[in-house]
Design a protein around this ligand. Sequence first.
Ligand code: F3S
Length: 387
Amino acid sequence: MQLDREDENILAGEYGETRQKMMEILVALGKVFGAEELVPITSAQISGASYKTIGEWGLEWLRNLAARVAVLSVLNPVGMPRDNWRDIGISKEFADKQLAVMDAYRKLGVKMECTCTPYYLYTNLTMQDHLAWSESSAVSYVNSVIGAKTNREGGPSALAAAIIGKTPKYGLHLFKNRMPQVTVEVEDSDALHAGHFGAIGYLAGKEVGNRIPYFTNIRASRDQLKALGAAMAATGAVALYHVKGITPEARLPTFAPEPSEKIVIEASEIESLFKEKEIDAVAVGCPHCSAEELAKISDLLAGRKVKKPLYIFSSKGVKDANAGIVSKIQKTGAKVIEDTCIVVSPAMDKFDTIMVDSGKAFAYVPNMCGAEARLGSLEECIEEAVR
Ligand code: F3S
């Protein structure tokens, strides 16, 4: 792989041991995947930030690093909200460890935004941007809906790219690798409502695996595309998808023709995922809620009181920018929680059955929270919480 003079010097250790190690990670990755060069990135989103997932070993590794990130870098959700962790039953022992992880990242220059939706906070992303993002739904959204370019990085490789300011140019950084590989058609697509998109993603991901799907007959808002992509990344390994006439690359004149292999998602399959069952908590905001979703939740809750625990996850940035709406929601008894999420926080582990409006959470809750999951639309989730 071709390195410039400065990169060679970093690799030789002239800029310290941490930068040397980080360059070694990037070069090793580049060699494995056949990259010819490194490409400068404009931002990084780093997973491996919850103490629940990285544990003591991860914390020690981070503490031993001595460098600063070279580009705007944020974290994936961590295991608790940084301030009000007691409100969701987090133990002091866990909180101390989680705060130590965040402190280690802060010393590296990482911005304390802990979210899987950094695209709501940094809105100047374009199709020209190369990124090193980690969280699967964030990767899917930024590749597909914005048209920026990132592979799905692991925590260490995203951090290495953040510190060096570059990433190996292979995979989805190359336009030729971003063409659709399988066509997906959704039966009765005119009858779809917002809550169906997570379910479609849940089903499509299982069929598509790690290929690039091309949806030919759906209309979807950005929040619906977010739900679709997050679920496909959870049940499959979809890091990029296209939607005819909607996503940016699908509108380029150079876009490839419709792939001949076709998958049909049947209406009955979608409906079969929405099964009634008794629940003991409701959690929405996977991926983290947008401002529009918070406003919708506030409208749905207006004049009502929550009877079952209702957890709403969002980023600190979006929450702070919508403080009035958040305050209205919290007055109903619901909790709007920043920095963490359904899956990476131990707070949800105490429930037996959790209702979610997200195909991704529906896929992950059984294994990651040890609970049964019930899928519903956002409206049904709120209704269940106030009933
Ligand atoms: Fe985000 Fe956590 Fe869901 S990282 S996509 S809220 S599982």
